[in-house]
Design a protein around this ligand. Structure first.
Ligand code: 2AM
Length: 184
């Protein structure tokens, strides 16, 4: 199965992002748009593996506190003759730490991860083709500033079910504040 670790998004954050997708559609941008329920922030991509228990162990070892995730800008990656459009998030220290500690745990469990610099992004659309009139500044402005509290990290399975890309949460590791530890 194809696994990855991700931060799942609040309904408000998803509404902001689907709003940006609506803007792109209205601008005549042809693309394979991410379904609203699939919007997420990937922390680590494990690829094809049957080692679910090892993947889960890596997440179970996390000791991190909840933190605030804020949208920041938009961008694109060139993918062959098309583009991938994304909304960015602020790479604040707790996010950077979470991603790097999780990656270390996964590597210790034997997973080979990409060594590229972590560039946190929320994929809005793949196989993007923009019309000549496309206004990138207006696209950027279509993403209204939105924040959410990250309270968990999720191990996700990615598969195609009857041709539809479907993500299923297999395991969730809550992030717990020091105060909550003290109360328990
Ligand atoms: P993307 O949105 O930039 O394609 C599930 O596929 C998640 O894992 C997506 O968020 C995807 O990022 C990410 N991912 C990272 N590396 C990947 C790879 N080599 N192949 C497929 N998905 C990858």
């Amino acid at each position: 199965m194809r696994l990855f670790y991700a931060i799942l998004l609040s309904e408000e954050m998803k509404r902001t992002l689907t709003g940006a997708q609506e803007f792109l559609k209205a601008q005549g941008v042809r693309a394979n748009y991410t379904r609203g329920e699939n919007l997420h922030l990937t922390l680590a991509f494990l690829g094809e593996t049957e080692r679910f228990s090892a993947a889960r162990r890596a997440g179970e070892q996390l000791k991190a506190e909840p933190f605030c995730l804020s949208l920041k800008g938009v961008g694109s990656f060139r993918r062959g003759d098309s583009e991938l459009f994304w909304a960015g998030v602020d790479l604040v220290p707790p996010l950077k730490r979470l991603q790097s500690v999780l990656s270390e745990h996964l590597q210790r469990e034997g997973f080979q991860l990409e060594t590229r610099r972590f560039q946190p992004h929320l994929t809005l659309a793949r196989e993007v083709h923009v019309p000549a009139s496309f206004d990138r500044k207006a696209f950027s402005a279509s993403v209204s500033p939105t924040q959410m509290e990250v309270r968990a990290v999720s191990l996700m399975k990615s598969e195609r079910i009857r041709g539809v890309l479907t993500y299923t949460e297999l395991f969730r590791k809550p992030l717990v504040s020091k105060n909550e530890y003290a109360e328990n």
